[in-house]
Design a protein around this ligand. Structure first.
Ligand code: DGY
Length: 317
């Protein structure tokens, strides 16, 4: 049995495959493989471990004549044509749960950075502008008593809400289904999307990217957000219509944004780069050593299970 991994991942995961008697072939370069290189790697492979940056479409899947399983080293799997994999009887697994805390922590970091203007302050000091304490310098939004609107109350959305409660925030959430336990646990209030947009001081997005969630926040939505709202996105860039967000930032309707994900990564719109009230991080929601090791263990164990004919723990299809 042979597994092709499109990029080096923590050895702790690879060791699981090796001790399971599987031959592991890791893409040898420190860059994203091209589509041709993925196709080359997947030929003769029994399993593929991909990253969210790899487009695993029908052509790639067809190239893997012996392919039995695709393991995505991510919780989001919008990069894989799962319908086609299902049609071909190929199992797809992902890494849910293990990255919840890391992603929720980064979301709080972004909420704090945007609301308290941390990066603006940092730049201000570095540019030699600090002349001493001033009554009106870099005034921001106080989290205690502010309303956080969580869009998507899955694992990560709920984990963010718990953290935000500890800061004294009031939680509104919008989700396909109501989560009654979550509501009573942290006194969260369910709202339809428009109500949430109109009432939230900070809006944080936690939905997977699907046909339904693409541009969930677009021009219409930015017209009804509470004036001065802050937008935070640690899910997928395409959930937000980026040019509509940029216009809302320019008009001041949105006062700040903190983005860990972008519309067409790794491209970042130069207008975002030039805005001082925008905090930008390079898709590092799950980037803690502990989480990345756990993701590697999780995806490799599940791939091994499928190769042994067992049922995986985190089957997507
Ligand atoms: C995921 O797993 O989908 C995250 O975006 C990775 O950080």
């Amino acid at each position: 049995m042979r597994v092709f991994i499109t990029r080096g991942i923590p050895q702790e995961g690879i060791d699981i495959l090796i001790s399971g008697g599987v031959e592991v072939d890791v893409f040898p370069h420190d860059r994203q493989p091209t589509k041709e290189e993925i196709i080359e790697g997947v030929r003769d492979a029994d399993a593929l471990i991909s990253l969210l940056t790899d487009s695993i479409d029908a052509e790639v899947i067809d190239a893997g004549k012996n392919l039995k399983v695709i393991g995505n080293y991510a919780v989001g799997y919008n990069n894989i044509d799962v319908d086609y994999a299902r049609k071909k009887g190929i199992v797809v697994v992902n890494t849910p749960g293990v990255l919840t805390d890391a992603t929720a922590d980064l979301t709080m970091a972004l909420i704090l950075a945007a609301s308290r203007r941390v990066l603006e302050g940092d730049r201000f000091v570095r540019e030699g502008k600090f002349r001493g304490w001033e009554p009106m310098l870099l005034l921001g939004l106080e989290l205690n008593g502010a309303v956080l609107g969580i869009i998507g109350a899955g694992r990560i959305g709920q984990a963010v809400a718990r953290r935000a409660r500890a800061f004294g925030m009031k939680i509104l959430y919008y989700s396909r289904t109501r989560k009654l336990e979550f509501e009573s646990e942290i006194n969260a209030e369910f709202a339809d999307l428009d109500t949430l947009l109109g009432r939230s001081d900070i809006i944080s997005v936690h939905v997977p990217l699907t046909a339904e969630t693409r541009h969930l926040l677009g021009r219409r939505e930015f017209e009804i957000v509470k004036p001065g709202a802050i937008i935070v996105n640690t899910s997928r860039g395409e959930v937000i219509d980026e040019s509509a967000l940029i216009d809302a930032l320019k008009s001041g309707r949105v006062s700040a944004a903190a983005l860990d994900v972008f519309y067409n990564e790794p491209y970042v719109n130069p207008e975002l780069l030039s805005m001082r009230n925008v905090v930008l991080t390079p898709h590092i929601g799950s980037a803690t050593r502990k989480t990345r090791v756990n993701m590697a263990r999780m995806v490799c164990s599940d791939v091994l299970r499928v190769l042994r004919g067992e049922e995986p723990l985190n089957r997507v299809v």
